[in-house]
Design a protein around this ligand. Structure first.
Ligand SMILES: [Zn+2]
Length: 327
């Protein structure tokens, strides 16, 4: 059966699937990245996993995969197929397309950003269905976003469109690894809320989920920490929706698991800020932590479609050599 391989590489774990043309997951697998052994070990682990998945397809489905989609965190150059920078993997300029293509005998490889690919999946199969324009924002270790327009995700001229986590919401505020001060993700990511709540309650192991539970109990200190995050998030989101005028605002990532504890005050905080702007529907993401993997599968299928549409621009390894007329 014709299928593609989807692989979502996170900081600690990798999720993979063999995906049918209709999006069904024919086989799923998870593995650790092995990042404690260093950046090169992660690459080795990816290549080993890729080869095993390819063999799995041959054994189960009677043929190897037609294409490979891989998503990674950080900064991605999708055109060149290079993971430019990923702090949590210790990566700089890892040529994933070339490495995977070489290991899997020239298979076409699409490389994408994990959250943007997740947004693509939410748009086609999740909370963005039916919305021609949406903004997907994932509140995890950091904050990243995806701008959905008419069934695709805007990449930007350099692959960085949607980086709403690095919109400055507190000028001169907390330093961000990106080099700026006061970025949204320093205030409203799951990690930022975890840190703020651990400081406030004195338990170094307390995290954002504990904070949300304390808010639900009416704990005053927790409510203060939470409201600060909600206010920063609303400031960042209003900048986003002023620029993009989306129909739907989809919030995912660890912090969104707090449900209405987050969504009720967030809608209120956005309403309090907007004047002429129309407030989009603000809804939770649908696909949870499989969004990145589903998105990687979509990137692989889209790559095959693009190659079929213009075979000369991107020859597939087993395409016949085009005949060149004699001069
Ligand atoms: Zn930043």
């Amino acid at each position: 059966m014709k299928h593609v391989i989807a692989l979502d590489v996170g900081g600690t774990g990798m999720k993979a699937a063999l995906v049918a043309p209709d999006g069904r997951l024919l086989h799923q697998a998870r593995r650790a990245t092995g990042r404690h052994r260093g950046p090169e070990a992660v690459v080795d682990e990816i290549l080993r996993f890729a080869a095993d998945l390819h063999a799995e397809g041959e054994a189960r489905l009677g043929r190897g995969a037609s294409a490979f989609g891989v998503t990674v965190p950080g900064i991605v150059d999708a055109d060149r197929g290079v993971a430019v920078y990923a702090a949590n993997l210790g990566w700089r300029d890892v040529p994933l397309r070339a490495l995977i293509g070489e290991r899997l005998h020239g298979i076409p490889v699409a490389v994408g950003h994990d959250v943007r690919a997740g947004g693509l999946a939410e748009g086609r199969a999740g909370a963005g269905r039916g919305a021609a324009r949406f903004l997907f924002v994932a509140l995890g270790t950091g904050i990243a976003g995806a701008i959905g327009i008419a069934g695709r995700v805007e990449e930007g001229a350099h692959g960085n469109a949607g980086e709403i986590g690095h919109v400055v919401v507190r000028p001169g505020g907390a330093p961000c690894p990106c080099g700026q001060l006061g970025c949204l993700e320093r205030y409203a990511s799951a990690s930022a809320v975890s840190e703020a709540w651990a400081r406030a309650c004195g338990d170094p192991d307390a995290d954002a989920a504990d904070c949300a539970a304390a808010v639900a109990r009416g704990d005053e200190r927790a409510c203060e920490v939470w409201q600060e995050a909600v206010d920063a998030l609303a400031d960042g989101l209003v900048t986003g929706l002023t620029l993009l005028d989306p129909q739907r605002l989809i919030i995912g990532g660890g912090l969104a698991e707090a449900g209405e504890t987050l969504f009720a005050p967030l809608r209120e905080a956005v309403d309090a800020r907007i004047t002429f702007q129309r407030r989009p529907e603000i809804v939770p993401a649908d696909l949870g932590d499989t969004a990145g993997c589903l998105g990687a599968g979509l990137l692989a299928w889209d790559l095959l479609d693009a190659e079929a549409a213009s075979p000369a621009a991107a020859p597939s390894p087993d395409a016949p050599t085009p005949e060149v007329p004699a001069p």
